[in-house]
Design a protein around this ligand. Structure first.
Ligand code: GLC
Length: 744
């Protein structure tokens, strides 16, 4: 019947049918929560706000209570983290079913980039700029994790980061709020699927709220201090995008923000998140972040920490025990209104109802489903697709790449060639009963790819760290026998990640010395750089003929790297974070202000006397085996009113000999404004596939939102005036420009 009606009419009809059902569903959840809460004692309510890690695989400082099981059986624990697998989660759920009210436990886990099948680290995935692929990656991880008994992932991490010394840059989407917001929404939708309650959906968790990535010195957990405008302009947008995407939960952050710990920060959690943004989910603290407010010097003791946290809107206490040990007293003494506890409990119980856990607490504990989903042959294929899209081609002198599969002899050298688990990067999940045998090493990937009569020689050459060069001779020896050398170097996987910040972000040890020796043989060398962050490798960048940034690509790393090296996939990724020339430049990012004395000026300028201001590789940079020509930029008008839209059109041609994809970027600059705006800001992009020789016309639509910023009063405004429009292959490689005016 609908198919014959006009689409708009059928949409209205569908809404008229669907809305009352959704409303009825919410009513029923509200009703069920009300009924249950009327039965709960204060202790049982506080139990819902109490979360412990399973003692098996903690991701933080473990406090061992020898009676966790008793507490669960007495309804004094509402959720667990770090317990995985249908066996273990069933065991804990059975304990919860012995409690008086049989309120099911929630199981949370850091499924950040995959559960069993490991995907590229999030920063690598972000470089794909492929929103659908990013969503599918999260969807696949959710399907596997939910089959493993997990209801809730502590992901996506949506912290904007502009300091590559910070170990957790690996976990986010890089430096840009516009791209970071799109990726935040994609990952939330991927994890949560069609709707919570579907058995292959998990609750997502936008973290770490907020501005954790702005830690001074790039040192994890360090102080954050910034203007409210910077907070709103740069660090909050991805969190708002997550709320708009329907994220079920938030996690607060360890850091102080402008003198107040995020966990005890009512401005963040009550005024912005639950107030202005109307967030209806719940906020979990980070691991012991409530208790750490004592260490911060914000409160005197755990009693005051509990008071500060619940007042500020931290609903669930991960591992600090401050709520368990103090909330009842605070309520009894009238320091904490029962309504605050009830609000937190309600938010958590609503999610448990939505997940269907009251209907069936063991819904996610199906061992057959676990075996089926964790061994789905499609999942490694999806991971491989995501991995090839995450590899950034930084250099390709004389088109050395792609290599021919019939290359006679290849010397594959370096400490990461035969590494297996290293490829998983930080925040991988150790799944019970699953070994690392399914991870494809770089050695295997290349071996699988080349022809049977090709010879693949191996030498480690050196370790990742240390000064031992005794392996150089063997490496040089096999290089001399080869037609081409592939050198795989980089960090160790846990040289980035939580609590792994680095003051020196060079390639460790003697790995670049090894490259020097190999280049001296005169053989062509393809360098693979494995890392969880931008590294500084100027010698390699200036001397190696070809460089692929392979990040940590997960369980299909070897196959994906081989696909790119031998041309079965034409690299299309572009950097979403700037790569500094030197640590001295940090923070260095593309959307900087012009200053009154820009480096491009004469005389005294805002620049270093000993180094360029600009990064080695800029935001948006990445090469292809093809080249792309940009032409015919036209604007629908040179003026637009704030209630109108302006359309920019451009033709992109693949002038190379390989089919490939190009990420065409649109940057804008508000030339004069009441708050000075950056010299450019990413406002849109299109990733397009073009056959060799093919051209496509693409359009960008500019509306008032793309011209808006937070003014002095923190109001979002678009001010009349001139705008520069730039179409680029990167934030530096601007191909076409034009101007237009916003008129009243
Ligand atoms: C860690 C991390 C957080 C993670 C949590 C549980 O300290 O900061 O991102 O989700 O603890 O592992």
């Amino acid at each position: 019947m609908y198919l014959k009606l006009k689409p708009a009419l059928s949409l209205i009809l569908l809404l008229l049918i669907h809305l009352p059902f959704a409303h009825a569903q919410q009513k029923s959840v509200d009703h069920q929560v009300d009924s249950l809460m009327r039965l709960m004692t204060l202790q049982e309510k506080i139990g819902q706000l109490n979360q412990y890690s399973d003692d098996w695989t903690a991701t933080g400082p473990v406090t061992v209570d020898n009676d966790k099981t008793r507490q669960v059986r007495n309804g004094l624990v509402g959720s667990m983290l770090n317990c995985k697998g249908t066996d273990r989660t069933r065991w804990w759920q059975e304990a919860a079913m012995k409690s008086r009210l049989k309120i099911p436990l929630l199981f949370g886990q850091d499924v950040v980039h995959g559960y069993k099948t490991t995907f590229p680290i999030p920063l690598a995935e972000a470089c794909s700029w492929d929103i659908d692929a990013l969503s599918l990656s999260a969807r696949t991880a959710a399907t596997e994790a939910s089959a493993g008994g997990i209801h809730w992932t502590f992901a996506p991490m949506v912290d904007i980061a502009r300091d590559p010394r910070w170990g957790r840059v690996m976990e986010g989407a890089g430096e840009d709020p516009y791209l970071g917001s799109l990726i935040a929404a994609a990952r939330v939708k991927g994890f949560q699927g069609n709707k919570l309650g579907d058995v292959n959906s998990v609750m997502a968790c936008a973290k770490h709220f907020a501005a954790y990535g702005a830690a001074i010195g790039g040192r994890d957990y360090n102080t954050v201090d910034m203007s409210e405008r910077m907070l709103w302009e740069v660090y909050l947008p991805p969190f708002k995008a997550a709320v708009d995407a329907g994220v079920a939960t938030f996690m607060n952050s360890f850091n102080i923000l402008n003198g107040i710990p995020a966990t005890g920060n009512s401005y963040l959690q009550r005024e912005i998140l639950k107030g202005q943004w109307g967030f209806k989910g719940f906020v979990v603290s980070d691991w012991n972040s409530i208790g750490e407010m004592v260490t911060h010097g914000f409160v005197k003791n755990d009693y005051e920490a509990a008071l500060a946290a619940i007042t500020a809107g931290s609903d669930l206490d991960m591992e600090s025990r401050c709520y368990k040990n103090n909330l009842a007293q605070l309520v009894t003494e009238g320091k904490v209104p029962l309504a605050l506890v009830d609000d937190a409990v309600r938010r958590i119980l609503e999610k448990k109802f939505e997940l269907g856990l009251f209907d069936d607490p063991f819904k996610y504990c199906n061992a057959e489903r676990e075996q089926k989903e964790l061994n789905d042959p499609e999942n490694p294929k999806i991971a491989r697709e995501m991995a090839v899209r995450s590899i950034v081609l930084l250099k390709n002198q004389n088109n050395l790449l792609p290599l021919s599969k019939s290359t006679k002899t290849i010397a594959f050298i370096g400490p990461l060639v035969k590494a297996v688990k290293q490829n998983k990067g930080f925040w991988d999940v150790e799944v019970p009963g699953v070994d690392s045998g399914f991870i494809v090493s770089q050695w295997e990937g290349v071996k699988n790819k080349i022809g049977a009569d090709a010879k693949l020689l191996y030498a480690k050459g050196c370790e990742i760290e240390g000064s031992d060069k005794s392996g150089f001779a063997e490496a040089v020896n096999i290089a001399n026998q080869a037609d081409v050398v592939i050198l795989s170097i980089g960090e160790r996987r846990n040289m980035s990640g939580e609590a792994h910040s680095r003051s020196n972000i060079g390639i460790p040890g003697v790995q670049e010395d090894l490259l020097k020796e190999l280049l001296a043989t005169g053989k062509p060398v393809v360098v693979l750089i494995n890392a969880g962050r931008p590294l500084i490798f100027n010698y390699t960048a200036d001397n190696a003929p070809a460089i692929l940034y392979t990040w940590w690509l997960g369980s299909e790393a070897g196959n994906a790297i081989a696909d790119v090296i031998f041309g079965d996939y034409n690299p299309s990724a572009k950097l979403t974070i700037s790569f500094p020339l030197s640590v001295g430049q940090i923070p260095v990012y593309y959307s900087h202000l012009n200053t009154g004395r820009p480096a491009s000026g004469q005389g005294n300028t805002s620049s270093y006397i000993d180094l360029s201001n600009y990064p080695k590789y800029e935001f948006g940079y990445g090469l292809s085996y093809s080249t792309f020509e940009y032409s015919n930029l036209t604007l629908s008008s040179d003026k637009m009113k704030s209630d109108e839209k302006l359309v920019a059109t451009v033709i992109i041609k693949n002038t190379g000999k390989y089919a490939g994809e190009e990420i065409v970027q649109l940057y804008l600059r508000d030339v004069v404004s009441s708050i000075v705006r950056p010299v450019k800001e990413l406002k849109d992009f299109k990733k397009i596939a073009l056959k060799a020789g093919e051209s496509k016309t693409i359009t960008f639509t500019i509306d008032k939102e793309k011209l808006s910023f937070y003014n002095q009063q923190l109001k979002r405004v678009a001010e009349p005036g001139d705008f520069d429009l730039m179409i680029g292959a990167s934030s530096k490689d601007i191909r076409l420009t034009d101007k237009f005016e916003l008129v009243n």
